[in-house]
Ligand binder design. Structure first.
Ligand SMILES: [Fe+2]
Ligand SMILES: [Fe+2]
Length: 494
């Protein structure tokens, strides 16, 4: 029998059933044993029919191991993440003796595009057999396999097994087709707008929500930000009037992620923050369009309804099952995004309690993007530096330390600003200087005028010194209004 070498772990064998107590070593050991059994079972199922004696023995042995996990850990979850197998959330450390089995099981799951198998209740021999045969009969590479297998399980009335599709989260997914990170950034940016649009439209119609794709996009954005933060920050200068809501959600997510990175969040927390920011205004999906897009001031009733969107958002978020285990931080973040630091704002709080980090971060990102975006009721938005100045003055609204972090990210001449230089050239700010001492010395794309012709480029660093005079080569004199000078800012980031 597989589980006989206990190596000091708390495992005993009594009669025909295993009585084992969970511990780390047991988890790993029985995980390896389970793989070996699964390997044989999957192989045998391809050779013999369901009545074969050898098959029956393997099924029995596999069931014992499955039951070990059900009894000791409550359920059994086998998940593929990149090139690793995780059993009940723990990465399986593969031993030499189980390496071939590990490779086979992993490759089969990847080929069948299955990312997760969950067993959460009693399973009979026949059920396990049916499951393995149906799984092994799936076509390789078919993205719909998880759905097909779910249907098969439903028909077979097997309720204790659930399957999920394979999640592709490799970093290279976003760079594979695009060796150029700028292209990858554009793809993430525009695809995320599409995904959030799908989510909101789906919610309105009570349809299936593709939360997985949303998670993948956020993971791609985080990976790209680690490589080069300025690409996605630059794209936030796109203020698409027609697609305002979706564009706004993506921008808020990018600003929030940039802040989370400065605060040293792990990738897991960053992903949660990014998704929360993407969904922060999801409650607006249930507010009538006429109110959202009303060019005049909202009347009393309309405003009351509008103020409900954070709470509606919370209710909607809790209904998106595909979000998986949702951290309370995410729900609270959505709830708090219109609350000020002094706890004024909305929704009205009965118990005054300090805002969470997610809430405070999204609040800053949300206000900045809303102020710098043209809206139907405010065709002339604030210029980036004007918006920041107002936010700094509004002492009761924002957490002062987080606001400083935010200014550190977008600079006092924020990305997307048009500036006048002392050389009489203009410049479009495309990257801030990471050194806080040079916050007024970003990198800019030069725009110069000679003989009636406008010349674009090159890109220069305003921290650059002139070797002879020992002075800076260029300094910013002031910010300019791009509309006045007919400069299309977005063009420089695409
Ligand atoms: Fe909002
Ligand atoms: Fe918002």
């Amino acid at each position: 029998m597989v589980a006989n070498g206990t190596n000091g772990m708390a495992a005993k064998r009594s009669g025909d059933s295993l009585t084992l107590e969970p511990d780390e070593m047991g988890h790993s050991r029985f995980g390896n044993d389970l793989l070996i059994k699964l390997h044989v079972l999957m192989k045998v199922s391809q050779i013999y029919d369901q009545k074969n004696v050898v098959l029956n023995q393997v099924v029995k042995g596999t069931l014992e191991l499955i039951n070990y996990f059900l009894n000791s850990e409550g359920s059994l979850n086998v998940k593929v993440i990149r090139d690793g197998l995780f059993i009940n959330g723990k990465r399986l450390k593969v031993g030499v003796e189980s390496y071939i089995a590990f490779k086979f099981v992993l490759e089969q799951l990847q080929k069948k595009r299955l990312g997760e198998i969950r067993i959460f209740g009693g399973l009979g021999e026949q059920m396990l057999k049916e499951f393995v045969y149906h799984m092994m009969n799936l076509d390789d590479g078919d993205e719909k396999n998880a759905v097909k297998l779910r249907d098969d399980l439903k028909q077979l009335e097997i309720k204790s097994i659930a399957v999920e599709p394979l999640e592709i989260i490799e970093e290279d997914e976003f760079f594979g087709g695009h060796s150029n990170p700028k292209e990858a950034g554009k793809r993430i940016f525009f695809e995320t707008i599409g995904v959030i649009k799908e989510v909101v439209t789906g919610i309105k119609k009570d349809h299936f929500i593709n939360a997985r794709k949303m998670k993948r996009m956020v993971q791609g954005a985080i990976n790209l930000m680690v490589k080069d933060e300025s690409i996605l920050l630059g794209l936030t200068t796109i203020k698409n009037y027609d697609e305002y809501t979706f564009n706004h959600c993506v921008n808020v997510s990018i600003y929030s992620l940039a802040m989370g990175r400065r605060l040293g969040f792990s990738k897991k927390i960053l992903a949660e923050l990014g998704i929360t920011a993407l969904l922060h205004d999801i409650g607006k999906a249930k507010i009538p369009k006429e109110i959202i897009n009303k060019p005049d001031r909202l009347d009393g009733d309309e405003w009351r309804l509008m103020k409900e969107h954070p709470m509606i958002g919370v209710e909607m978020m809790l209904k998106i099952k595909q979000l998986g285990e949702m951290s309370p931080k995410m729900v609270i973040g959505v709830f708090e995004h219109h609350l000020n630091s002094d706890l004024t704002g909305y929704p009205k709080l009965i118990r005054k309690k300090d805002l969470t980090l997610f809430g405070k971060i999204i609040k800053i990102a949300d206000c900045y993007d809303a102020m710098t975006t043209p809206r139907i009721y405010r065709s002339k938005p604030y210029r980036p530096e004007q918006a920041l100045a107002i936010m700094v003055r509004d002492k009761n609204c924002f957490d002062p330390i987080l606001l400083k972090v935010f200014i550190g990210i977008i600079g006092i001449y924020p990305i997307g600003s048009l500036v006048l230089l002392d050389t009489k050239e203009m410049g479009v700010v495309y990257e801030t200087n990471p050194d806080p001492n040079y916050i007024n010395r970003p990198k800019v794309i030069l725009i110069s005028q000679s003989e009636g012709k406008r010349r674009i480029g090159p890109a220069v660093n305003l921290a650059e010194m002139d070797g002879e005079t020992n002075n800076y080569k260029r300094c910013v004199l002031k910010a300019l209004d791009p509309r006045k000078y007919h400069v299309n800012i977005v063009k420089h980031f695409l």
